[in-house]
Design a protein around this ligand. Structure first.
Ligand code: TXA
Ligand code: MG
Length: 355
């Protein structure tokens, strides 16, 4: 398949309108269009067309039991596809359009291919102007997972998408770098005033608690699943975001990390807080050090994480090390992605023990 690659910075220009009209045509006949959102790029198809949704799974190499998020142009459109409720309306008023996905009972308008046979459907209304324009011009709800090959980090710029999807989709819309850089927060509505957090993102549990009385955190968000344990969100059981080079997370202070890393053999790479870069470069001349972002700027770290993981994997290092993020605020999203990328390998520098 030949993939058309177009750049849209401003969806109102005549060139952008022409490209969006072609995207509409592709979606209407069941084709695949990759588009930018403020979280990560999405691999989109008409969410009401079962065949089109099936093509998404094939293009990504995604297991068919892992459901897709349905993107809508307006939070109100959710009621066409899901049984909404007053808590949904409050979440929509507080966080939509934006980086929140809400899981609710599905209506028949959404084919089983999209929900992977579940009775629920995930709904998101993105804020990105190009995603919004595509939803409006196409007049369709768009089913879209992240536009990476299954198992690799989600794409946060067009280069990542082209690496994974060129030749597998009809069109790629390059809308520049995704502002947030990690996927949306996913919550399931579990009662009148109760949410369960299935995937942390830029909308933090603290923010959700201002809208819902109870915010439970699903076990798989922060912990390793026990053998055979059932998951609330099928995606949580797959090894995700995993670089081919082994990644280990360091729990402890900088001086302890330096002593530990000095003793590591082979070619090693280190992701570190930006303010620590000079000292690591000085003390660890054998390591390649990359700034992840300032320690206090978890948004900056989230924005860079997937690009760094992709790029570092090409350097043929023997091991990659990174600091273990705190679990608070947006740190929870970083923690969740990083423990998966590291296959739960945490080095406790205080105990000098590996788990
Ligand atoms: O930021 C995002 O959410 C991006 C952009 C493109 O919107 N999308 C994204 O989709 O990250 P994906 O497919 O890579 O991740 C969606 C996750 C999967 O883990 C899937 O299992 C879960 O959402 N999910 C979808 N529908 C669900 C449902 N009905 N019940 C439970 N989990 C669901
Ligand atoms: Mg994904």
């Amino acid at each position: 398949m030949i993939t058309e690659i177009v750049t849209i910075k401003d969806p109102c220009t005549p060139e952008a309108r022409a490209a969006l009209a072609r995207a509409k045509e592709i979606l209407s006949r069941g084709g695949l269009v990759v588009f930018p959102t403020e979280t990560v790029y999405g691999l989109g198809a008409d969410a009401t067309n079962a065949h089109a949704a099936a093509a998404i799974y094939a293009a990504k190499g995604r297991p068919s039991d892992n459901p897709l998020i349905v993107h809508v142009k307006d939070p109100k459109d959710a009621s066409l596809y899901a049984e909404t409720c007053p808590l949904y309306d409050r979440l929509a008023a507080a966080f939509m359009p934006g980086s929140l996905t809400v899981i609710m009972p599905a209506k028949e308008s959404i084919p089983k291919t999209v929900t992977a046979g579940l009775s629920t459907v995930a709904i998101r209304c993105p804020l990105h102007p190009v995603a919004h324009a595509l939803l409006c011009v196409s007049g369709l709800p768009i089913a879209a997972p992240s536009a990476n090959l299954s198992g690799s980090p989600s794409p946060t710029c067009a280069r990542h998408v082209i690496e994974d999807m060129n030749g597998r989709v009809d069109m790629i819309i390059d809308g520049g770098d995704c502002e947030i850089g990690v996927e949306s927060t996913i919550v399931k509505i579990d009662g009148e005033d109760t949410l369960t957090l299935l995937r942390p993102g830029a909308i933090t549990p603290e923010m959700l608690s201002r809208v819902a009385k109870t915010v439970n955190i699903a076990d798989a968000v922060l912990d390793r699943l026990a053998e055979g344990e059932t998951v609330l969100s099928p995606g949580m059981k797959y090894r995700h975001y995993a670089p081919h080079t082994p990644l280990a997370l360091l729990k402890g202070e900088r001086e302890e990390a330096i002593a530990y890393l000095r003793a590591q053999p082979g070619k090693i790479a280190l992701l570190c807080y930006s303010e620590d870069l000079p000292i690591y470069e000085q003390k660890l001349p054998h390591a390649r050090c990359y700034p992840l972002g300032e320690r206090a700027r978890m948004d900056e770290q989230a924005h860079r994480l997937f690009t760094l993981l992709r790029d570092l994997d090409k350097e043929n290092c023997d091991a990659i090390f990174a600091p273990l993020p705190p679990k608070v605020g947006m740190g929870m999203a970083l923690y969740n992605r990083m423990i998966r990328a590291a296959a739960h390998h945490i080095v406790d520098l205080e105990e000098k023990e590996q788990s």
